[in-house]
Design a protein around this ligand. Structure first.
Ligand code: SAM
Length: 241
């Protein structure tokens, strides 16, 4: 599952017994060699899509980690790019990765549930982080995203179709979530990371409730499932005035 230079099983266990923030601080130096970093083809496909829907002026990568989404923002934003994450360790790595990027990125340490910005952005992206929020947190989270977007601004996030029931991937994700639920019942602080805590429809409904008009864009690069539905889509939620 991991490259040889990736985290050891012992390191992963220690990280998983920490809070989310502390866990990522510990994982940061090896994060880019884990499958948790959003893979290049996903970033490439989202960048191509946003090039068609853009251009944008000011972009924010929500839960930016080590900066995977930075190239996407740099590609489609003409003025500023900002990454926000609550892990100081992940942000330190992000800073190292992009010393000469243009536009020059700003890295901000903050909780996505309490963003320290005014409506300063016309694009917010987020990659691979939704599983860190409980269903009950979605209204507040989407409310925060809305508050940092200008009217008409877009919140874009890639979403993959769930694995086919009974497939290997299906059981792997189910097993992961079950282990996390047991861990969070018996251990404090909690480490919230679930692959199947909410359904696609829940996300769309909460976005609409938070004041967005939602569009779905298939990512043709990832093909279609047997029933014809796309394997990957970008949810593009436009802030209503
Ligand atoms: C799986 S990593 C994804 C990082 C990056 N977006 C990527 O695709 O490679 C999840 C990131 O979300 C951050 N995160 C989780 N919950 C957060 C919160 N409430 N506020 C800010 N950052 C958060 C973690 O610190 C971590 O860097």
């Amino acid at each position: 599952m991991f490259a040889p230079e990736g985290p050891t099983l012992r390191e992963l266990a220690v990280q998983a017994l920490s809070s989310v923030e502390r866990g990522y601080d510990l994982l940061a130096p090896k994060f880019d060699r884990t499958p948790f970093r959003t893979p290049g083809p996903v970033l490439e496909a989202v960048g191509s899509l946003l090039e068609k829907t853009g251009p944008y002026e000011d972009g924010l990568d929500l839960c930016c980690g080590t900066g995977a989404g930075l190239d996407v923002l740099a590609r489609v934003c003409r003025k500023t790019v900002t990454g926000v994450d609550f892990s100081a360790g992940m942000l330190a790595l992000a800073r190292q990765h992009a010393p000469n990027a243009a536009p020059r990125p700003a890295w901000v340490r903050a909780d996505a549930r309490a963003l320290p910005f005014t409506a300063a952005f016309d694009l917010v992206v987020s990659f691979g982080a939704l599983g860190h929020f409980l269903p009950a947190e979605l209204p507040a989270l989407f409310g925060q995203v809305r508050s940092v977007l200008r009217p008409g601004g877009v919140f874009a996030l890639p979403v993959f179709a769930p694995p086919r029931p009974g497939s290997g991937a299906f059981w792997t994700l189910l097993g992961f979530d079950a282990a996390m639920r047991v861990r969070n019942t018996v251990w404090r602080p909690p480490f919230v990371m679930y692959y199947r805590a909410f359904r696609f429809g829940d996300v769309l409904r909460e976005l609409e409730r938070a004041g967005f008009r939602v569009e779905l864009h298939a990512l043709p690069e990832f093909g279609r499932r047997a029933d014809g539905s796309p394997r990957a889509r970008v949810v593009a939620a436009r802030r209503l005035p």
